[in-house]
Design a protein around this ligand. Structure first.
Ligand SMILES: Nc1c(C(=O)O)ncn1[C@@H]1O[C@H](COP(=O)(O)O)[C@@H](O)[C@H]1O
Length: 177
């Protein structure tokens, strides 16, 4: 990644979320999008969390990716103090498989949206942030289109393999069948 100023903020309630949240960082790296990553907790450091949200746009960030587990209030609270789009990542913990976090993040009151991705889907959060930036960046948009083309090619290749294995009378492998 370059030394450019970050345009996406990745924050999480605890460093224990990083094994999940690093996937968002990886996606941003793939598209050379400068980002920052930090621990910001609504529950444990509420004043710092408010400052982070209030200052984010002024510091040049264009989107915030916020991940948290359990009673995941961080994404919603950030969304309430910034005009930036906030993408919430429900982080699964030992109990409840992330359902607690998912519902805490997705069930926002009217007027305060958080774009919630699937449980543990930090990579999609990163890709969504890239799309937001690409809306105003033709070069990034071109690279996103190329990435989507690769996904399509991979899906075609999977279909070809499945059809071939079925035609040969074998039991298709690698498809969870
Ligand atoms: N959900 C929140 C918030 C918050 O929403 O402000 N702050 C921390 N946490 C979550 O607590 C979990 C356990 O944290 P520890 O591993 O530090 O005990 C983490 O998944 C974190 O995101």
């Amino acid at each position: 990644m370059s030394n450019q100023a970050p345009v996406v903020g990745i924050v999480m309630g605890s460093d224990s979320d990083w094994p999940v949240m690093r996937e968002a960082a990886e996606a941003l790296r793939e598209f050379d999008v400068p980002f920052e990553a930090d621990v910001v907790s609504a529950h444990r450091m509420p004043h710092e969390m408010i400052s982070y949200g209030e200052e984010a746009a002024g510091r040049g960030l264009k989107a915030v990716i916020a991940g948290a587990g359990g009673a995941a209030h961080l994404p919603g609270m950030l969304a309430s103090v910034t005009t930036l789009p906030v993408i919430g990542v429900p982080v699964p913990l030992k109990y409840l498989d992330g359902m607690d976090s998912l519902l805490s993040i997705v069930q926002m009151p009217a007027g305060v949206p958080v774009a919630t991705v699937a449980v543990g889907a930090a990579r999609n959060a990163g890709l969504l942030a890239v799309r937001m930036l690409a809306a105003h960046d033709p070069e990034l948009s071109r690279r996103m289109a190329k990435f989507q083309g690769e996904l399509r090619d991979q899906a075609h290749a999977k279909g070809e393999r499945l059809r071939r294995e079925v035609a040969e009378g074998g039991r298709p492998t690698g498809f969870g069948l």
